[in-house]
Ligand binder design. Sequence first.
Ligand code: PGA
Length: 254
Amino acid sequence: MRRFLIAGNWKMNLSRTTCVSLAQAIAAGCPQGGRTEVAVFPPAVYLEAVLAAGTGLVVGAQTVSEYADGAYTGEISCAMLRDLGAASVILGHSERRNVLGETNAQVNRKTLAALAAGLQPIVCVGELLEQRQAGQTDQVVLEQCTGSLAELTAEQMLQTVIAYEPVWAIGTGQVATPAQAEAVHATIRQWLEGRFSPEVAGQVRILYGGSVKPDNASELLAQPNIDGALVGGASLKADSFLGIVAAAEALVQA
Ligand code: PGA
């Protein structure tokens, strides 16, 4: 059975002190012996402080360079993240694709670099509102999967998490209905089956992201193909993030 993953994407928020206290509060509030994997993604400059707090949470970065080392001013490599002790990295978030112009080819190179370095990639895909309205959701999402996950072996795919985040639902309070999300998740899983195998498709976790809150998490996570959540706004407060973790745990215990 796939284990739920609840991931908090803190984006460009918080400070050194508030990152550490938030991570500590989340770790303290996670159910003892829980089955849900909980991960936080602080700004890169605060990774070391959060890791040093030794909370036991999975800690990752919000992006990484596709290059190994060299003259890439301002960039941070996979080896540097590993050196800090980071375990995971979010790749191809819609804000990086749509605001900063990241392409599928770039997301693919970053994914392969992360896997080679032993970081778990969380590869984000998702359609714009106009693409959904034009009936292009499946096509857009599968193009992103095909491009961003090109060249991965089955073994590498098993180390990778996919996050479906409809762009119109991110930070807007307009969450996809459980049926809308489940339909796209099922399409992605079917794609995984064709591209890899039924075994791989059965094991890869597909997270939903976009205005996930404690009061809508349970219905979303109850869908058969939704294996967790990538949470932005609601991950910045321990109470609301823990409410989502609790919703996942309740489904595991049920
Ligand atoms: P949101 O962001 O939960 O604030 O909608 C989700 C994300 O961007 O990963």
